[in-house]
Design a binder for this molecule. Structure first.
Ligand SMILES: [Zn+2]
Length: 209
């Protein structure tokens, strides 16, 4: 898989399925949360796959992807709001607002909270544009299309610039993440099938929020 392309089966990941816990994540799961013994990766009774299990007390460290909730805020005139990232990764590139879902909130609440924190805009989440598995990062990225119902642009160290782009002026070469690219492409196919994802129009129009 190269550039912003998806895999042959449309999969939204660069690595094969079924490879177990990513190494970077396994390295943070060394000890049993219950008794502290060293975890071992291996077979577990009545389970179809190997797990990280505690040989001392039998506790199993189940690991699942985390959910990242994001939005594509759309202005009344149909522009899509992106933020220029002020922090790594992908500092300086454009992304949609979003972040990790907290354990005690719904996906809608998470998207509203993250978007408010990162843009100053109050949104009302609408259609789900996409759900993208990123096995390498152990996340699933949810992207809502969202209506802007309040607030105003509020740049921050995290989001140094906030811009509403015309659908034909999306800064494709400067998009931060594959999931951002795919979400914008999926949104464009749905709302503006006459436009092609990746077509570059240099003119950029700002919306005074
Ligand atoms: Zn244990």
């Amino acid at each position: 898989m190269t550039g912003q392309d998806r895999g042959l089966d449309g999969r939204s990941t660069d690595i094969p399925s079924g490879a177990g816990v990513p190494a970077w994540m396994a390295s943070t799961l060394n000890n049993c949360s219950r008794c502290g013994a060293v975890l071992v990766f291996g077979a577990v009774d009545d389970d179809h796959r190997d797990r990280l299990v505690c040989p001392a007390c039998g506790w199993i460290a189940y690991v699942n992807p985390r959910l990242v909730v994001t939005s594509l805020p759309i202005t009344d005139t149909g522009q899509v709001v992106l933020i220029r990232r002020g922090i790594e990764p992908a500092v300086g590139a454009w992304a949609q607002p979003g972040g990790f879902l907290e354990i005690d909130e719904t996906v809608n609440e998470g998207a509203v909270r993250e978007t408010l924190e990162e843009t100053g805009l109050l949104i009302e989440p609408g259609e789900v544009i996409g759900l993208y598995s990123r096995l390498e990062a152990a996340v699933v990225v949810l992207v809502f299309e969202a209506r802007i119902v309040g607030g105003s642009f509020r740049p921050s160290p995290e989001a140094t610039e906030i811009v509403a782009f015309e659908p034909d002026a999306i800064p494709w070469p400067e998009i931060a993440f594959k999931t951002t690219y795919w979400a914008l492409a999926d949104w464009l196919r749905r709302r503006h099938p006459e436009l092609r994802p990746g077509d570059v129009v240099t003119e950029r129009r700002h919306w005074e929020g």
